[in-house]
Design a protein around this ligand. Structure first.
Ligand code: GSH
Length: 211
């Protein structure tokens, strides 16, 4: 199993956590996103979107962190990343997708670089943009978490797909010093997860390519 990774990539961070939760080890290949290595022809042959993560298992090339994590959950069911009940699975996926489909893509490296280089948006405005979309998503997630009984993790007593997406997104929020006060449930889940060894080992600062 080969993981194309970058320490600061929150999508790759999700997958690192999921692999750790499943007790799976991958050989790591690092793609330096700030140097533009994701657009090297060799990498584009592997992942034509020029994004990390990519997971290779034998002849199988897997892209898109949510799709990869669901694949891993089906092939390595223990411990499960999703609840057993259909309705609960839909709820957990909706939290994960709020982050992976609605917050993260608008704040992605290539979007931020487009704002900077093509549209000449200055750093303060770029940070405003970055924080704005996180706030909007976090408000919705906080409200959905509040509507459920309080639990250590997003859904129940063990971490799953929602937590795996929340923690890297909170790390991204920290990069623009977004105050977490308005999101006490998200902050508490993040704190609980950071104590968990699978999350701790996946932290960007603990990766071999960390700067
Ligand atoms: N939806 C994709 C997003 C992957 C993605 O956007 N990865 C970012 C890093 S977090 C990336 O490779 N960005 C490179 C770029 O924007 O040029 C997934 O969940 O895997």
């Amino acid at each position: 199993m080969i993981l194309y990774d970058y320490f600061r990539s929150s999508a790759a961070y999700r997958l690192r956590i999921a692999l750790n939760l499943k007790g799976l080890e991958a050989e790591r290949r690092f793609v330096h996103l700030r140097k533009g290595e994701q657009r090297d022809p060799g990498y584009l042959e592997i992942n034509p979107q020029g994004l990390v993560p990519t997971l290779i298992i034998g002849d199988l090339v897997l892209t898109q962190s949510l799709a990869i994590m669901e694949y891993l959950d089906e092939t390595h069911p223990e411990p499960p990343l999703l609840p057993s009940n259909t309705e609960d699975r839909a709820w957990v996926r909706s939290i994960a997708q709020t982050i992976a489909c609605d917050i993260h893509p608008i704040d992605n490296t290539r979007v931020m670089q487009y704002l900077e280089k093509r549209l000449q948006v200055d750093e303060a405005k770029r940070n405003d943009w970055y924080g704005h979309w996180i706030r909007l998503g976090f408000e919705a997630i906080e409200s959905r978490l509040r509507a459920r009984p309080k639990s250590p993790f997003a859904f129940g007593d063990r971490p799953g797909l929602a937590d795996v997406c929340i923690v890297p997104q909170v790390a991204n929020a920290g990069r623009v010093k977004l105050p977490m006060g308005p999101y006490p449930r998200i902050a508490a889940i993040n704190a609980a997860c950071l104590e968990h060894p699978a999350f701790a080992a996946a932290h960007p600062s603990r990766q071999p390519d960390a700067e």
